[in-house]
Structure formats: structure tokens, C-alpha cells
Design a protein around this ligand. Structure first.
Ligand SMILES: [Zn+2]
Length: 685
């Protein structure tokens, strides 16, 4: 008889995945020879193990039980998730192009296998025949979600429909990967013929590009060519005094993926529309929200309207102030366009709050920030991080840490990897990725951050922008959710397994801690003098960075509306450019820049599809959550009673309960717009 996860009490944390035939080193695709063939063999092993679990489930004769049906189903899912997540991550990070190519194809094969399992009627019928009435609440909820998932994939439709659904799903995967790959590979070059266009940029940025100041102007011995990679692009948009350079960079950046991705996106939207119709939904936006907290496209439209309402008036004031500021200094710069926005907002903040965002960078050298975030998260969540120097990683410079529960006797509760700096061929994004799904008592969860922060070198400490540090907090919030939610009976409920539109709450909540001066001073120390960042500087930084919240909220409403409308209208009638223009005209105060085709690089349309609203929806909840910390009256938010309640009631349940119940448990009430309105108002003060 095969050993069940839930029966193998002897299995030790980190030991082999029991009952699957997969040996211990089968946990990590990168651990072994870094070749396409090895990656293929590894993936095939997990696919085979998954199929074996399905076969075991289907071979059962007699009464269907949780042990003989749901358990092997969950193991089948665990293997698929392993194969899917690790091939997906290696596609983003592997240093060898040959391996990236191979895992891209493998990842597609894993998706196809998942889709096939999701459409397997015998498996569905077997699961539906299990009586879970006497099981614990988590198991009952798991079964409810699994069966709902099956219905949403069309399992109860006729054979021809199911076949078409499978075809559509496969094609959608292919198009999605092609879209993302095109964006990832499309790095544009922005030549700078007159180096004086770089005036205003930070000194280390100039040095990195071989530019020096000489007799009141800038000089370079070799031609300067910038790229659209975020670490090159972002400072130009915020600091370059040259309007022309900003405009060129903006257009190149927002042209990535074009023209190829325009047709890919239209095809993808058409297939999604057809899929929704086949499954009995009015639109993809309805289909994609029915199993979310949001529930429907109509609710989404209502929610976005409420947020717009909360921000509109303040946004008008913010923009009027900015416009007056620009008129005083350089009337010819008006009207402001989208490629001027960040630069002038930065200038405005500098003057009004006497705050130069460059001035705080010396307090944020990369290594110190990393240590500070680990220490902060450790105190806040009651864990410790131990550097696992011997752990196998996929590229030099990637660090692994064991996460140790500092509260109980649980020992190692997870493993995290930090892949934090740019590398050739590596994804340009900032993300958190699951690597190994956790199962309580059997397998600890493993997850990674994939980021692109400046890399420290012997003569450059890798000074970060404060917005980079906020991003770091954000991604770490996901990581802690993954780890602390990673101890469930069912792997399908483990880690970040809540409804998709709840996942940005823990990450956005952690961002709010960045404003705590006492906390920042524990690690934000000047890299040359060791002096902690002055409290007064933190206050100015906080006020300055808050300015413009209403404007940026409306920008988010615009993106969310674009994501919704592209998935709520008939694809045949869709004009991507016209819709984009309409969105900017309605929500943005800045003038549209002709040639902006940002949809061709808007990878959220692939991942989040219609549900980009998630960021705003979760911001509302994250702010209400953070208010609990503020309102608790505790001397320190770290490691206090509220923090423990948060860990226990929000993070640790993973996906074992509907997110609405997690919110109710932590807040003791429903979510309101109060905290969001307060947050927006603070930005205009
Ligand atoms: Zn996030």
C-alpha cells in the first residue's frame, strides 16, 4: 500500500516527498547539472508522479473517501505545482539561455497537463462522490473550491465543448508566454548624442555611464547609450532635466513589445471571450471574478467608481498645485505630458517639502537594507532567518535562508531565496515566486524573491532609492505569506492560496511599515558615517512621498479600468489604442503622449487578465489592516499582540478559509473606505 502524506508521521521536514517515488533532490530543478536535458528529466519525473497519483485515485474500487480520493488528488496537484512553478521561475532567472528556452516549453507542457486534469471528468466525479460532511472545515472548504474550479473549467459540458475548452486553454498559455517573452527580451536602446541631456541625474548614474562634470558641463569619452531596463529608465523619468530625453525614454519604454504583442493580445482576448461564452458567462471579466472576493464585473465597476469618487477632488487640487508650481518656474513646460509627470512631481516635492529623494539613498546601501528587512520581518512575524551558505542556488549571488519559528518548537518552517540583482537574460520584474509547496509535518514551503535592485560592488555599495526599499518591503510581505501560510494539511491550500484578489493585502500592508522612523533607524544608516537616518528626514520623506496619492490612485483606476474593459467587451469591436486614449483622457490630468502603446508591454493583462483592480481593492484592505497596528496603542508594532494576531488570523490560515472570513476575523468588521480616504487626504496635506 502506498504511503499517504497524512499518514506518514515519520517523515521529517525536508525529507523526500513521500509516496511519490520522487527522491529528495527532486525538490529543486536547478540542483544538478544546469542543462536543458536535466530540466526536462526533472519535470518529466514530476509529471509522471502526478499521473501516478491520478491513476491511483481512479483505480479505487468501492466507497470514495478523503484518504483514497482527495489525498492522491492533492498530491497530483502538488507535483504539478512544483513542475509549473519551478519551470516558470527558471524561465525568469536561469543564467543559461538554453535552459530558459527549454523550461519555457516545459512550462507550457505542465500547463497543458494541469488543464487536462482540470477537465478530467472521471476525477471530478470521483471527487464529487466523496462525503466530506464529517471532515474539518478546511477540508470541506477545499473540496468546495476544487469542485467549483472543475465547474468553471467546463467539466460538466459535452465532449465537443470540453475539447474546445482544452484547445483554447492551451492556445491561451502559448500566447501568454509569447507575450511575456517578447516583453522580457525587448530591451530598447536610447542613444544620448548630447550628454548634457543627462544633467540632473544622480552622480553614480552618470559615473556608471562614463559621464563626468567638467567646467560646468557634462563630458563623456564614448557615446552614451541608455536602455529601457528599469534601473536605467526610472532615474531618467524622475531626474533628467531634458524634456526631450524623458520623452524619448518614455516612448521607447512604452513601445516595448510593439508591434508583435498587439496582435498577440487581441488574439488572447478573443480566445478568452470565446472561453467565457462556452462556459456560460457574459464576458471573461465575469468568469474571472466569479470565484474571487469581487464576484462579478458589475461589482468591479462599482468598486472602481467608489475609488474614483474618493480620489477625484483631491487629485484636482494636487494637479492644480503642481501646475502652478511649474508655471512659476518654466511656463513653457506646460501643458505637462505623461513623460513629464514624474520629473515635475519630484521637483515639486523637493521644493515644497525640502526633500530630495536622492539625499536619502546613502542611508540605503543594499546589504544593510537586506539585513534590516530580515530583522524587521523577523521581529514582526516571530521568525529568524539563518543564511544557508551551502544551499544549491541557480546563479552566483543568489542567497538562501532557512526560516526558523522563534515562537514555538516548530524549528525550520520554510526556506527562502533572494535573487535580487539584474543579470543578463533575467526577468526585469520584481516578484515573489513559490518554489515548493508546503504540507504540514511533511514538507516545508520554499519561495524566492526575483528582483532587480542595484548590485553592490567593491566601489559601489548599491545605494537604493527609497521607492526600491518600499518595493522590497512589499515583496517580502508576499514571501512571509507564502512561508507562514505554508503549513496546511492540503498542499492546494498552502501558502498564498487565498482568492487571487486578496493576495496583495499582506504585501501592501508591509509597505506601510516603511513610514515608521524608529523602525527605519534600526537599519537605515549612512553608508559612510554610520549615522542613522534623522527622524526629521524620515518625516519629510514620508510627507513628500505621500504627495500625489490621489493622482496615482486615479492612474491605478485607469489601469484597472483598461484591464476590465478589454475583458468585458467583445474582442472583435476592441480598439486597444482608442481604449487606452479614452482611459488617459478620463482619468489622467496629464496629456497623452502620442505613440504610447503601453498595452503591448502590460504583462498584467496576461497574469491578472481582467483583475488588475486587485491592487486597489487590496490597498483598501491593507490600509484598514495597518490601522489596527496604529490604533493598538502598542509601543512598537513589531512582535506585539496585533502582529501575532495578524500572523495567526491572516497569514497562517493560507487558503483554508474564504478571505472574507480572514478579514472579518482580524478587523472584527467589514472593510470600509475610511482608511483609504484618510490615506489620500494625508497626501494632500
Ligand atoms: Zn505584489
Amino acid at each position: 500500500m502506498k504511503q499517504e502524506w497524512e499518514q506518514s508521521s515519520k517523515a521529517q521536514v525536508g525529507s523526500q516527498a513521500v509516496g511519490t517515488g520522487a527522491p529528495m533532490d527532486a525538490l529543486h530543478i536547478w540542483n544538478g547539472q544546469a542543462t536543458a536535458a536535466a530540466a526536462e528529466a526533472w519535470t518529466e519525473e514530476h509529471l509522471a508522479a502526478s499521473r501516478a497519483c491520478v491513476a491511483e485515485l481512479l483505480a479505487v474500487a468501492g466507497a470514495r473517501t478523503v484518504a483514497n480520493t482527495l489525498a492522491p488528488f492533492d498530491r497530483a496537484q502538488w507535483h504539478l505545482r512544483m513542475a509549473g512553478s519551478q519551470t516558470g521561475v527558471m524561465f525568469m532567472v536561469h543564467p543559461a539561455a538554453g535552459v530558459r528556452d527549454a523550461v519555457q516549453g516545459l512550462s507550457q507542457a505542465v500547463s497543458a497537463e494541469s488543464v487536462a486534469l482540470g477537465l478530467n471528468r472521471e476525477v471530478y466525479q470521483a471527487l464529487a462522490a466523496v462525503d466530506v460532511a464529517a471532515e474539518d472545515a478546511a477540508t470541506r472548504y477545499y473540496m468546495e473550491r476544487v469542485l467549483l474550479g472543475y465547474k468553471l473549467s467546463g467539466v460538466d459540458k459535452d465532449d465537443a465543448t470540453r475539447e474546445r475548452v482544452r484547445e483554447l486553454a492551451d492556445k491561451m498559455t502559448e500566447l501568454s508566454m509569447s507575450f511575456s517573452r517578447t516583453v522580457q527580451d525587448d530591451v530598447r536602446r536610447v542613444p544620448v548624442d548630447d550628454v548634457n541631456e543627462l544633467a540632473g541625474l544622480p552622480e553614480d548614474y552618470l559615473t556608471r555611464h562614463g559621464v563626468r562634470a567638467e567646467g560646468g558641463s557634462l563630458r563623456a569619452d564614448v557615446p552614451v547609450v541608455l536602455t529601457t531596463d528599469p534601473p536605467e529608465m526610472s532615474p531618467v523619468m524622475a531626474y533628467a532635466g531634458s524634456r526631450e530625453l524623458r520623452r524619448r525614454m518614455y516612448l521607447q519604454y512604452n513601445d516595448r513589445g510593439y508591434p508583435a504583442n498587439k496582435q498577440v493580445l487581441l488574439d488572447l482576448l478573443r480566445l478568452r471571450g470565446e472561453m467565457a461564452e462556452l462556459l456560460g458567462f457574459r464576458s471573461w471579466a465575469d468568469l474571472a471574478t466569479v470565484d474571487q472576493m469581487m464576484g462579478s464585473a458589475e461589482n468591479m465597476r462599482g468598486f472602481l467608481g467608489e475609488v474614483e469618487e474618493a480620489a477625484r477632488e483631491v487629485a484636482a487640487t494636487e494637479y492644480a498645485e503642481l501646475e502652478a508650481f511649474v508655471r512659476e518656474r518654466d511656463a513653457a513646460a506646460l501643458p505637462l505630458t505623461l513623460s513629464d509627470a514624474r520629473y515635475w512631481e519630484e521637483q515639486f516635492r523637493r521644493t515644497r517639502y525640502d526633500f530630495d529623494s536622492q539625499s536619502v539613498r546613502p542611508y540605503f546601501p543594499y546589504e544593510q537594507v537586506e539585513a534590516g528587512i530580515l530583522a524587521t520581518a523577523g521581529k514582526l512575524f516571530g521568525v529568524r532567518f539563518e543564511h544557508a551558505a551551502d544551499a544549491a542556488v541557480w546563479a552566483p549571488g543568489v542567497k538562501a535562508f532557512e526560516v526558523i519559528d522563534a515562537l514555538g518548537a516548530d524549528g525550520i518552517v520554510g526556506k527562502i531565496y533572494l535573487d535580487m540583482h539584474p543579470r543578463e537574460g533575467k526577468s526585469k520584474w520584481f516578484s515573489e515566486c513559490s518554489l515548493v509547496g508546503g504540507v504540514v509535518g511533511k514538507q516545508i514551503p520554499e519561495a524566492s524573491l526575483v528582483c532587480n535592485f542595484p548590485e553592490p560592488t567593491t566601489d559601489d555599495p548599491g545605494l537604493m532609492q527609497y521607492s526600491d526599499v518600499v518595493t522590497y518591503f512589499h515583496e517580502f510581505g508576499h514571501l512571509m505569506h507564502e512561508v507562514l501560510g505554508g503549513r496546511q494539511r492540503w498542499s492546494g491550500q498552502s501558502g498564498i492560496a487565498t482568492e487571487g484578489d486578496f493576495v496583495e493585502v499582506p504585501s501592501q500592508m508591509l509597505e506601510e511599515f516603511f513610514e515608521d522612523a524608529d523602525l527605519l533607524r534600526t537599519f537605515a544608516k549612512h553608508y559612510q558615517t554610520g549615522e542613522p537616518i534623522p527622524v526629521e528626514t524620515v518625516q519629510r520623506m514620508t510627507r513628500a512621498s505621500a504627495h500625489g496619492r490621489a493622482l496615482s490612485t486615479l492612474t491605478q483606476v485607469m489601469y484597472a479600468t483598461y484591464s476590465m474593459e478589454t475583458h468585458d467587451r467583445a474582442a472583435a469591436e476592441l480598439d486597444l489604442d482608442k481604449l487606452l486614449r479614452e482611459g488617459y483622457d478620463r482619468f489622467s490630468k496629464y496629456e497623452f503622449v502620442d505613440g504610447n502603446r503601453m498595452y503591448a508591454a502590460f504583462t498584467h493583462l496576461v497574469g491578472y487578465t481582467s483583475n488588475y483592480y486587485t491592487y486597489l481593492y487590496d490597498k483598501v484592505m491593507a490600509l484598514e489592516f495597518f490601522a489596527e497596528f496604529r490604533g493598538s496603542g502598542e509601543a512598537t508594532p513589531l512582535g506585539g499582540e496585533t502582529a501575532m494576531r495578524y500572523r495567526r488570523q491572516v497569514l497562517e490560515p493560507g487558503g483554508t478559509r474564504p478571505a472574507r472570513e480572514l478579514v472579518q476575523a482580524f478587523l472584527g468588521r467589514k472593510v470600509s473606505m475610511v482608511a483609504l480616504k484618510g490615506w489620500i487626504a494625508a497626501g494632500a496635506a
